[in-house]
Design a protein around this ligand. Structure first.
Ligand code: MG
Length: 256
């Protein structure tokens, strides 16, 4: 069942989403060559808790042997999503996806950005920009009466038009009372398939775009998803709410 959230509930979701957006901006300020992803994750956890939130990814159980051990996912270059922070230092020329989830008073927000580390090649920058742009192309169709797969199709068409590929194995999702709930939001597919979008639906739309093939593999830790050909991948995500007057992008916070 897809939940239609009331204005009051959306205000609660908005509070979590604001912390997510602010935390991502803070990560962007810290990311530079030489910092470790563990250091970033420690800062992230402190930031979220200081704002009254709980890091929603920490302790999540998946198919992996261990629950997710960190506050954020840190996914470098060929890592698509769900990278686990470590003592490995970021290097000049890398790209890093940071995915953050926050829960406050039983309501969730979820978003991700891919950041550039120092001086990054044209090809990787093009990938990162295309991934973000594909999100915005999809969101243009996020209005009541349209079909969910209209968004999916638009994202795929845009990314593939730029010569990239769209990950199939992972998709976006509904979010609100749960971190992940119905519906699934693929970043590919034919237009015109439901569910029909309605005012009050809250969706995490999150294109994962690869430079090479769209296939992915899971590392032995059970979490880390990498591209099958080891070529770079980028991720961009926001939690949005569908309104009659147009979508509201809850996790996008202008930096101070
Ligand atoms: Mg998500």
């Amino acid at each position: 069942m897809i939940t239609i959230y009331s204005r009051k509930e959306i205000d609660a979701i908005r509070r979590s989403c604001r912390v997510v957006g602010e935390a991502l901006n803070y990560m962007g300020e810290l990311i530079r060559p030489g910092i470790t992803t563990k250091e970033l994750d420690d800062e992230l956890e402190w930031f979220i808790r200081d704002k009254g939130g709980r890091p929603a990814f920490k302790g999540i159980k998946g198919d992996a042997p261990i629950p997710f051990p960190a506050s954020g996912c840190f996914s470098i270059d060929e890592v698509v999503v769900h990278g686990i922070p470590s003592k490995r230092k970021l290097k000049d020329g890398e790209i890093i996806g940071v995915d953050v989830g926050v829960e406050i008073d039983g309501f969730y927000g979820d978003a991700a950005r891919t950041f550039l580390v120092g001086d990054v090649s044209f090809e990787k920058r093009h990938l990162v920009e295309t991934t973000e742009e594909s999100f915005w192309k999809g969101v243009e169709l996020a209005e009541p009466g349209n079909m969910l797969s209209d968004i999916s199709h638009r994202i795929q068409k845009f990314a593939e038009g730029r010569g990239f590929s769209v990950v199939r194995a992972l998709v976006g999702h509904g979010v609100g009372r749960n971190l992940h709930e119905e519906p699934q939001v693929p970043n590919y597919g034919l237009p015109g398939n439901g569910p029909k979008l309605r005012s009050g639906m809250v969706l995490a739309i999150e294109p994962m775009i690869n430079t090479g093939v769209y296939d992915v593999n899971v590392l032995q830790d059970g979490w880390t998803i990498i591209t099958a050909d080891n070529k770079p991948s980028a991720h961009y995500e926001n939690t949005i709410v569908i309104f009659q007057e147009g979508p509201d992008i809850l996790t996008l916070v202008e930096p101070d």
